[in-house]
Design a binder for this molecule. Structure first.
Ligand code: FE
Length: 207
C-alpha cells in the first residue's frame, strides 16, 4: 500500500455519518445504512451512467445496477442518484488540494441519474483504487452515493452512503465499512454476461 495516495482530509471525517439526519433513528433493519459523505463530494456532477471515458485501456469494466425502493419495498421514481469515486490509482477529480498529481477531467468519475417509474439505476465504471487516509490506515475500494428523493406525496429524503466490493480484503480493517458490514456490500452476479457485475437495491426511509 506504500504507493497509494494519502488523503489526509479523510482522517478528519467523523466516525459516524452526520449529514443525513433523516436517517438517524431509523430502526427498521431493511433501510440502507448511511455512511459518511467524505471530503470529496462536489455539486454539479454531469448526468450520465457511464464513467468508462475516464478509464485507461485495459481497466476492467464494473457494472452495477439495482432498484431504489421506499420503505414498503415499492420502486421509487424521480430519485436523483449521484455517484462519485476515486480513479483506479486512488485519486478523486475536482481539484482538491491534497491530491497529488491527478490530471483527469475536472468531474471525472462523477455522475448523476434520475430513476424512472421502475426505480432502476445502472452504472458502468471501473473499480475505484484504494487510498490511504494516514500513514497506517487504508480505505478499501468504495463507491460514494448521494440519493435524493423528491418532495411530494412522500417526504423528501436524502441518503448519503457508500457501497463496497465483497472481495476486498481491506474491508475488514476499513474504519467505515466495518460499521455497516455486510449491509453495504454489493452482490456479485455470477451468472451475468458481464465479467464483473454487481447488484444493490437501496431502501430509503421514506415517510
Ligand atoms: Fe472515498
Amino acid at each position: 500500500m506504500s504507493d497509494r495516495p494519502v488523503h489526509a482530509a479523510y482522517a478528519a471525517c467523523p466516525p459516524e455519518p452526520t449529514v443525513h439526519t433523516a436517517h438517524l433513528g431509523a430502526t427498521a433493519a431493511e433501510f440502507t445504512p448511511a455512511d459518511i459523505l467524505g471530503p470529496y463530494w462536489t455539486p454539479g456532477s454531469p448526468a450520465r451512467t457511464d464513467f468508462l471515458a475516464e478509464a485507461a485501456l485495459g481497466d476492467d469494466a464494473v457494472h452495477l445496477s439495482g432498484t431504489v425502493r421506499d420503505r414498503h419495498g415499492d420502486p421509487l421514481a424521480g430519485v436523483t442518484v449521484d455517484v462519485w469515486q476515486a480513479d483506479p490509482a486512488g485519486f478523486y477529480s475536482g481539484g482538491f488540494p491534497d491530491q497529488q498529481g491527478y490530471v483527469g477531467p475536472a468531474l471525472g468519475f462523477r455522475g448523476h441519474q434520475v430513476t424512472g417509474a421502475d426505480g432502476r439505476y445502472a452504472l458502468r465504471t471501473v473499480r475505484p483504487g484504494r487510498y490511504k487516509i494516514s500513514d497506517t490506515q487504508e480505505r478499501c475500494a468504495h463507491l460514494h452515493f448521494r440519493l435524493t428523493a423528491p418532495a411530494g406525496t412522500r417526504a423528501a429524503v436524502t441518503l448519503v452512503t457508500q457501497l463496497y466490493f465483497p472481495d476486498d480484503p481491506v474491508n475488514a480493517v476499513d474504519p467505515w465499512e466495518r460499521k455497516n458490514d455486510p449491509k453495504l456490500l454489493m452482490t456479485r452476479l455470477v451468472d451475468s454476461d458481464q465479467p464483473e457485475a454487481y447488484a444493490f437495491d437501496f431502501v430509503l426511509r421514506t415517510a
